[in-house]
Design a protein around this ligand. Structure first.
Ligand code: AHG
Ligand code: MN
Ligand code: MN
Length: 325
């Protein structure tokens, strides 16, 4: 039987007594992603490649597609009365939507910007929170990852895939020829052990000593203390690395390094680490900042950076333990 995204949402809402409006927020996100997907597929034909010649709040150069995807997400979410406000990697402050809205949506509209122009997998990552009572402020958004009510991503790869959790397991959907998300997998379980790691090795000299020691052990393979050979991958799109890990396991890390004392990592807690960590937890994997579960971190700022180690739980535990000595 073909299960479309909407069927799945209705079934989940009913089974777990979740509000209809949560389903509508997910629908708005998936509609925006269909529009982003359309642009991604056209590429140069729609003049969406290349730089926008602007910078974002993080001081990063914006690509045309970063700006466009951000706008498509904002438009779709603002049109939904259940959305009280949103926060984006590409916006300086949060954006207020509907006073009566129940939900807050945080997102990385386009993950993997360096891969846009070279036709390598990119994605959109999202996180949904309940809006706390009272007036909307930045504080309303600063909830630990464990309080997310939903999260997921859309991967614009060889196939367009939506991965979603409403905190009752995970569902995977593949976009069909009629532009509908069809469920193609349910509750993937990440193998606890792995022989595949992902890290940007070019930053090696900047890492802290425990990460240096951990990766050295993996590189030593069978001749080292781990007693097995490892393989390495680095796509430079977190969304693609997380998808690979959901499907076949692995460990992904973007560690803290010594380049900028203000930044305890490159990835953003609210737009990247939290939503992905919830998916990991729902699939039997794990995610830490090398010291604690990412989902337990009390956020201090919308654009806060964080070190990330995520994936197969035994490997994440091993790498994390290395940092506690
Ligand atoms: P974004 O494109 O949203 O800025 O995020 C890119 C992130 C992440 O997706 C990826 O893992 C990492 O940056 C790649 O960083 P390097 O270019 O340093 O490898
Ligand atoms: Mn990103
Ligand atoms: Mn981005």
């Amino acid at each position: 039987m073909t299960v479309l995204l909407n069927d799945y949402l209705q079934q989940q809402l009913q089974q777990h007594g979740l509000p209809e409006k949560l389903g509508s927020v997910i629908s708005s996100i998936s509609n925006a992603c269909l529009n982003i997907n359309h642009e991604v597929r056209l590429g140069a034909l729609d003049n969406i490649l290349g730089s926008a010649h602007t910078g974002n709040i993080q001081g990063e150069e914006q690509k045309k597609l970063d700006v466009l995807s951000n706008q498509l997400m904002i438009n779709a979410l603002r049109a939904n009365p259940a959305v009280a406000g949103l926060a984006s990697e590409e916006e300086e402050t949060y954006v207020a939507a509907h006073e009566e809205g129940e939900y807050l949506v945080l997102f990385d509209p386009l993950d993997g910007s360096s891969n846009i122009d070279v036709n390598i997998s990119i994605g959109t990552i999202f996180s949904v929170l309940q809006k706390p009572a009272g007036e909307l402020s930045t504080q309303s958004f600063l909830q630990p990852g464990k309080d997310q009510v939903a999260s997921g991503y859309v991967l614009y790869g060889p196939q367009t895939i939506l991965v979603l959790t409403l905190k009752h397991g995970i569902a995977l959907f593949t976009l069909n020829e009629d532009n509908q998300f069809v469920q193609t997998a349910r509750d993937p379980k990440i193998p606890a052990d792995t022989q595949e790691f992902a890290i940007n090795m070019s930053n090696q000299r900047h890492w802290e000593t425990p990460m240096q020691a951990y990766i050295a052990e993996l590189l030593a393979g069978k001749t080292g203390p781990r007693n097995k050979d490892y393989n390495m991958r680095w796509v430079a799109s977190m969304v693609a690395e997380v998808h690979r890990i959901l499907v076949r396991g692995g460990v992904f890390t973007y560690p803290k390094d010594h380049r900028d004392a203000q930044k305890p990592g490159k990835l953003r807690l609210m737009y990247e680490a939290n939503p992905m960590s919830l998916l990991m937890a729902q699939a039997g994997g794990a995610a830490t900042n090398a010291h604690q579960n990412i989902l337990d971190i009390q956020p201090e700022g919308l654009h806060q950076r964080v070190a990330v180690i995520l994936g197969s739980r035994n490997e994440v535990a091993y790498a994390t333990a290395k940092h506690q000595a």
